[in-house]
Design a binder for this molecule. Structure first.
Ligand code: UTP
Length: 295
């Protein structure tokens, strides 16, 4: 049986240029979907999957992230005084156990692979999860939990996979598949951001991974790849060559690309409509603007 996955890396050192000027002073991961920052959705998903240690790979200007996970004694005191018990409960649900969070600096934005490598000493010789908070996945059972359950059977390395249109292949790492078995696919290769005609399948890698520590060793040796960055997919692909143990997992759920403006807006509407206290107003508004008129 594979070792239990209890550590997760959250790479949040990217510059978030697609959200400028907002990201000039607000980290992308603090931007809110309805009333919760993206990072809170990621943490809740990790907790549901049994993660106990949360490792953030951050960069300059991300202080608001650290503050977010700090206690807020003054605010709590005020809420208690005013007997706002519901708000107090919400506030407390964001508290993290002392020692459960670690922050590592990525000094230069050299890519996702490099960000993960920066956390190598905290991972040691254990399997670990990677969660990209700007991929938000709405699902009955949280995506990482689905993956951890599948991983208990397979071990090795596992990446979340989703079908995309061929013209979108150039935005993703794409899987080359050799076997399919329900939600699981066995992977024989991975190509980072191929042209539509070069994509080996229509299955794209989405921002959830369970990786073995050998991937960190491959990252030690990798030089920059596609886009001048150190790619995580290149390191995972090396583990296919070495051990043939990489799986794609077709998760159940809807993924929103909250790293893009359009994806963020879609997620906002969808999460808004799923909230009992908001959905009637929001639906009424969407009906009132007669979307067909603007085509
Ligand atoms: P993105 O490709 O979305 O990059 O990174 P970005 O910089 O955040 O956003 P744009 O493209 O400039 O708008 C995917 C994930 O990898 C992390 C990001 O923080 C994000 O969670 N990342 C990326 C790093 O931590 N370090 C890097 O060097 C690059």
């Amino acid at each position: 049986m594979p070792k239990k996955v209890t550590k997760a890396i959250f790479p949040v050192a990217g510059m978030g240029t697609r959200f400028l000027p907002a990201t000039k002073s607000v980290p992308k991961e603090i931007m809110t979907l309805v009333d919760r920052p993206l990072i809170q959705y990621a943490i809740d998903e990790a907790r549901a999957a049994g993660i106990k240690e949360f490792i953030f790979v951050t960069s300059r200007g991300k202080g608001a992230l650290e503050d977010y996970f700090d206690l807020a004694p003054q605010l709590e005191q005020e809420l208690r005084k005013k007997k706002k018990t519901e708000l107090l409960k919400i506030l407390k649900s964001t508290n993290m156990e002392s020692g459960a969070i670690a922050y590592i600096r990525q000094h230069k934005a050299l890519g996702l692979g490099h960000a993960v490598w920066c956390a190598r000493r905290l991972i040691g010789n254990e399997p670990f999860a990677v969660i990209l908070p700007d991929d938000v996945i709405a699902a009955d059972k949280p995506c990482l939990q689905q993956m951890v359950e599948a991983y208990a059977e397979t071990g090795g390395n596992m990446v979340a996979a989703m079908e995309v249109e061929p013209e979108r292949a150039s935005s993703y790492g794409m899987l080359d598949i050799c076997e399919e078995n329900g939600q699981l696919v066995k992977v024989k290769g991975m190509v980072e951001k191929p042209k539509a005609e070069d994509a080996p399948s229509n299955l794209a890698v989405i921002g959830r991974y369970i990786l073995s520590p050998s991937v960190l060793q491959h990252l030690n040796q990798i030089k920059t790849g596609s886009g001048g960055e150190i790619q995580l997919t290149d390191a995972i692909a090396r583990d296919i060559d070495a051990k043939n143990n990489v799986f794609g997992f077709r998760f159940s759920g809807q993924r929103f690309d909250c790293g893009s403006k359009s994806g963020f807006l879609q997620a906002t509407v969808s999460f808004g409509l799923s909230r009992a206290e908001l959905k009637d107003d929001l639906r009424a508004y969407l009906r009132s603007i007669n979307l067909d008129d603007d085509a």
